[in-house]
Ligand binder design. Structure first.
Ligand SMILES: Cc1cc2nc3c(=O)[nH]c(=O)nc-3n(C[C@H](O)[C@H](O)[C@H](O)COP(=O)(O)OP(=O)(O)OC[C@H]3O[C@@H](n4cnc5c(N)ncnc54)[C@H](O)[C@@H]3O)c2cc1C
Ligand code: SF4
Ligand code: SF4
Length: 1014
């Protein structure tokens, strides 16, 4: 490759040629320097082609200028497949169409950037789906699945992607367009004639596979054909078993474990004919650039499903139990070991998903059955349990049916990502995590593997698709330590030798990439490896397609994400990052799994900015990676002082969804706030940020003359001028001030209210946040009256702001002072018996989320203690309901329908279940939660002119359409002040705070308090 300035110059000549985007700046290059593996290489640039014409131009440019192309979709590869120094070509943005569905013939034609879950959502309407389901199905794309020959938990039934690729179209390295599909003998011979590159590659393959010595070498050295999951090198062993060479010997008998395979072959006899798709699947972008893929679809599995979660004492016991399970024709058998289960204990979402775990099992086998009836499944499960118990395997066998079943799979899916939660630098490393041997060989294989690890003084995390002999074994290593980097290599090499001993495949599903390429000669023999080199040379003589993968792979412990032996860097921070061993390691928690490249199909909400924009720079991953890069490599005295970090953080809505949904608990809202303060320290605080942070001071002044203030906000002329001058979106309405403040109202009315209490159920302190105090005063009054009516003395102790506006704008020093004031005010005053209760989730939850990390060593303990006495209004009410002090009888029996939009902070840090339960107290209220995440307003984010569009797009994902189709008779409830505003701006509907809804539902309500709402 040419030198960097030369490459940049050449790339500039390419830019005007492309319809898609070309990025050559540092931030974009760094975002694409890693995937979900341990590797890192900074590319020369990133291209997002608009269509196949762009790809053709790229290929011609690449060969002319000797700049490699790295095809990429979601970048979830675990072996470094999409890491390289050339141009990363990301087709995930524009090439995302489902082109044609033929339900009758059970196939679909797609572009490479179609997400698996989205595809399945579409074809399920036709009773079909794409069989191989990876754990990454929410974001991995068909191009990447074909590239890596991916498969999933149900590979016993559905095989791997290769089994379902009917044809692929795309470009060869000379820019010629080809389509690969099943060929008759005659068609094959015709393809071998002529002088095009396509003709040459057919001819070469014919020559290689017709040679008896090659045939002998391939059959004796490639992995055992009974192991269906195998991704070692190019799959010439499978091409050898096709018609021109083996008279179509690939038959149904080769798939005894795959009932669907027999259907597949009956359906399409071309499966046994020569088809280069077998080679392309698993070729990791090294042979061609795919632009279209035709996939086989299979009928949806039987409706009834259940899991048996076999609790075993040891892994060895689980591996024996697996052999029994396989006799009962399960859809899948998965293994999770204790280390993985322990990792899920501290993850907010995964804790909830551990409901089925009893005691402290050494391993759990998850055995899945799908049958026509529930009884059929129950019978099978009982028989299997009895046989296992007789053999002395397993001590607890809970059966889990839908909907809980999904939670078990969610826990299992989170497994690999959650592994990153090992605090500090020692982490379970993907190195031997993808071996496949026959299930009956597993106990012996594991014995040898354990002995090898023990000899090296290592331990390991076990996680596996044991039903198909696939083990995700991850030894714990510190890849910052040069000694462990050597061990990394030793472990890989020794594992390869053991896999070879058991005729297994070094990769069962994740592919060779940078990680395993080095060992392909060992796995398939030097002779066969030389054939692979010949193939690559013929297909891609200029080595422009994803070099260094499969052939010519450098040593597997080079080009790693961390520089071995580099001195550890520590940074002074305002937040306490002790639990993650410092801010840099908090960023390093991101392992690239890309759960944050999320979409609405999953029902999850990390990351809304990516969901709205579909750009890698809007992902949580990009934010964590860029922060890691600059904190690691910056030479500035203030390492936060980089516009690149600002760029990726800018579209973060601070919704905190990542804190609960990222399997590695990457908490960008906290990292962003910390970053902003340091960034401002070098660059100054923008006026608008200052205004937003100090909005309460402005509101305090405005509240002296609310009429005048509101006039200027409501007057379109004045309002537009001020919004434009200050950088706010003109289309936004600015929150108006109430004629009084809540604090003022409380001062006037609380004594009388408390004196007038009939029966006193208890007392609480009200936290009067700045939004309720100035803007949503009626909500505040109704909440107070609600508590009062229910028999609670509402106390008020004047206090500081919540600090939310300072936190969200990154004015952390000020937020810290505020937090300290509040901690001092309420510590000793409130207790679980007399708690502090808040109305606005983003304000009160600061006591539980940010304050303990912000308080500083002197106040930390107090802050943690205080956080246990801080409740949301609905949490308090439901606690009192459970204590029998509040009853549904106190509310109307009139029917009503309510739709709730939950606040994103509440969803991430607490739960909206309490709100749903609270709103269901009136016996005839039917309450439904809108499956929305962050509303898109996110405090001031949606008011800012450059964020308005993203904000509205986030609203349009689910919330707005759902509200628009809701009848006006239905009450819309939303606890967040920003959410209510966003709903109003986006749909014109008025949403009520849930406490207001409950207030309105009080039976025998009294209105005669001064100032009470009418
Ligand atoms: C937490 C986690 C769990 C995982 N679980 C599984 C699992 O259960 N099963 C499994 O099989 N894998 C699993 N993987 C690995 C990975 O998710 C899969 O390999 C996935 O299919 C890759 O898809 P992608 O869109 O991310 O592809 P990428 O990583 O972007 O690319 C994969 C390969 O395809 C090539 N490619 C992409 N597009 C094209 C194109 N248009 N033309 C030519 N080549 C192209 C790339 O060059 C690369 O070599 C897991 C990974 C993680 C991080
Ligand atoms: S931020 Fe979390 S979900 Fe996103 S890639 Fe990193 S670890 Fe995965
Ligand atoms: S806080 Fe929300 S918007 Fe920001 S990175 Fe996390 S999930 Fe994305």
């Amino acid at each position: 490759m040419s030198s960097k300035p030369e490459v940049l110059k050449k790339l500039e000549t390419l830019r005007p040629e492309l319809a898609g985007e070309l990025y050559t700046d540092t931030a974009w290059n760094l975002m694409y320097a890693t995937d979900a593996s341990a590797y890192r290489e900074i590319p020369a640039g990133v291209v997002r082609p608009k269509h196949k014409e762009d790809i053709k131009k790229l290929i011609l440019f690449a060969s002319l200028n000797n700049i490699p192309l790295i095809p990429r979709t979601a970048g979830t590869s675990l072996a470094g497949q999409v890491v390289g120094s050339g141009l990363v070509v990301d087709v995930s943005k524009h090439m995302t169409s489902i082109l044609e569905i033929n339900a009758g013939e059970h196939w679909v034609r797609v572009e490479p950037g179609v997400i698996l879950d989205e595809l399945n959502k579409v074809v399920e309407k036709q009773g079909l789906f794409f069989g191989p389901e990876t754990s990454t199905s929410s974001r991995c794309m068909i191009g990447g699945m074909v590239g890596n020959n991916s498969c999933g938990a149900h590979s016993i039934l559905y095989g791997s992607t290769r089994d379902h690729v009917l044809s692929v179209s795309g470009f060869l390295s000379d820019g010629s367009e080809v389509e690969f599909t099943g060929l008759s003998l005659q068609e094959f011979e015709e393809k071998c004639q002529g002088d095009t590159l396509e003709n040459k590659i057919y001819r070469q393959m014919r020559d290689i596979l017709s040679d008896p010595s090659n045939q002998e070498e391939i059959r004796s050295q490639y992995p055992d054909p009974a192991i269906h999951r195998r991704n070692t090198g190019y799959a010439i062993d499978l091409l050898l078993e096709t018609e021109p060479f083996s008279k179509g010997s690939e038959t149904c008998e080769q798939y005894p474990h795959m009932p669907h395979a027999s259907w597949l072959m009956a359906h399409d006899d071309r499966i046994s004919s020569f088809n280069f798709c077998k080679l392309i699947a698993g070729s990791e972008g090294t042979l061609m650039f795919m632009t279209e893929i035709k996939l086989n679809l299979v009928p949806l599995p039987p409706k009834q499903k259940a899991l048996v979660c076999v609790h075993c004492n040891t892994i060895a016991e689980a591996l024996q139990a697996n052999l029994i399970a396989l006799r009962y024709a399960p859809g899948s058998v998965e293994l999770m070991d204790k280390a993985i289960m322990d990792c899920t204990k501290d993850n907010i979402t995964q804790r909830w998903n551990r409901f089925f775990i009893e005691g402290d099992p050494g391993a759990i086998l998850i055995v899945e059955f799908a049958r026509e009836t529930r009884d059929e499944i129950t019978d099978i499960c009982r028989l299997m349990e009895a046989e296992m118990r007789d053999a002395g395997f397993g001590y607890h066998f809970p059966m889990v049916f839908p909907p809980e079943l999904k939670r078990v799979w969610d826990l299992r899916k989170a497994g690999l990502g959650v592994l990153s939660n090992y605090p500090g630098d020692r982490k379970p490393v993907p190195v031997t995590e993808d071996t496949a041997v026959s299930p009956s060989a597993l106990p012996g294989y594991i014995r040898d593997f354990d002995a090898m690890l023990a000899g090296l003084g290592l331990n390991c995390v076990y996680y596996a698709h044991v039903g198909s002999g696939e083990l995700h074994l991850r030894p714990v290593l510190n890849l910052k330590d040069p000694a462990d980097v050597e061990l990394f290599h030793t472990v890989a090499l020794e594992t390869a030798k053991i896999v070879k001993k058991y005729h297994g495949s070094l990769s069962g599903e994740h592919g060779d990439g940078r990680l395993r390429g080095e060992f392909i000669p060992l796995m398939i023999g030097d002779h066969n490896y030389a054939l692979l080199e010949e193939i690559k040379k013929c297909w891609d003589p200029g080595n422009i397609f994803n070099p260094n993968k499969i052939v010519g792979t450098p040593k597997m412990n080079s080009s790693l994400r961390y520089e071995p032996g580099a001195p550890a860097k520590e940074f002074e921070t305002y937040f306490d990052f002790t639990s993650s061993h410092g801010i840099l390691r908090a960023a390093e928690q991101c392992n690239g799994s890309a759960d944050c490249r999320n979409n609405v199909v999953t029902g999850k909400w990390m990351c809304p900015s990516y969901m709205a924009m579909g750009d890698e720079n809007s992902t949580t991953r990009a934010r964590a990676n860029i922060l890691r890069e600059f904190l690691t490599n910056s030479t500035k005295s203030n390492p936060f002082d980089h516009a690149e970090i600002y760029m990726v953080m800018d579209l973060c809505l601070s919704c905190k969804a990542c804190k609960s949904e990222c399997p590695s608990n990457v908490d960008i809202a906290k990292l962003k706030a910390e970053f902003l303060q340091h960034y401002y320290d070098s660059n100054g605080i923008p006026l608008r940020s200052r205004l937003i942070a100090y909005i309460s001071s402005i509101n305090r002044l405005g509240s002296m003359v609310p009429g005048i203030f509101n006039f200027f906000q409501k007057n379109s002329f004045f309002s537009a001028i001020s919004k434009k001058m200050l950088g706010f979106a003109v289309a936004r309405s600015i929150p108006l001030l109430h004629k009084t403040t809540l604090k003022h109202w409380l001062g006037k009315n609380l004594p009388a209210l408390n004196d007038g209490l009939g029966k006193k159920n208890g007392s609480l302190y009200l936290f009067v946040d700045e939004f309720t105090n100035y803007n949503d005063v009626e909500t505040g009054i109704k909440t107070v009256l609600l508590f009062n009516h229910l028999g609670y003395e509402v106390l008020f102790k004047d206090h500081d702001l919540s600090g939310r506006t300072f936190l969200s704008k990154g004015l952390i020093r000020k937020a810290r002072t505020i937090a300290a004031n509040n901690i001092r005010t309420f510590s000793g005053l409130v207790s679980p018996e007399v708690p502090l209760v808040g109305i606005e989730p983003s304000a009160i939850l600061g006591f539980r989320d940010e304050y303990p990390d912000l308080a500083g060593p002197g106040l930390r303990e107090q802050a943690v203690k205080l956080s246990g006495s801080c409740f949301l209004y609905d949490e308090f009410i439901m606690r009192e309901v459970s204590e029998g002090r509040i009853s549904p009888m106190q509310f109307t029996s009139e029917p009503a329908k309510v739709k709730l939009h939950g606040h994103c902070h509440q969803k991430a840090l607490a739960s909206t279940d309490t709100t749903l339960k609270m709103l269901s107290l009136p016996v005839n209220y039917s309450v439904e939660e809108i499956k929305s995440g962050c509303c898109g307003m996110a405090g001031a984010f949606g008011y800012e002119k450059e964020h308005y569009e993203v904000s509205m797009k986030v609203g349009e994902l689910v919330l707005f359409p759902e509200i628009r189709k809701t009848s006006s008779a239905v009450i819309i409830a939303a606890a967040g002040t920003s959410c209510r505003h966003q709903i109003k701006d986006g749909t014109g509907r008025k949403a009520l705070h849930p406490a207001e809804v409950l207030f309105d539902a009080l039976s025998g309500r009294v209105y005669n308090h001064p100032g009470s709402p009418r």
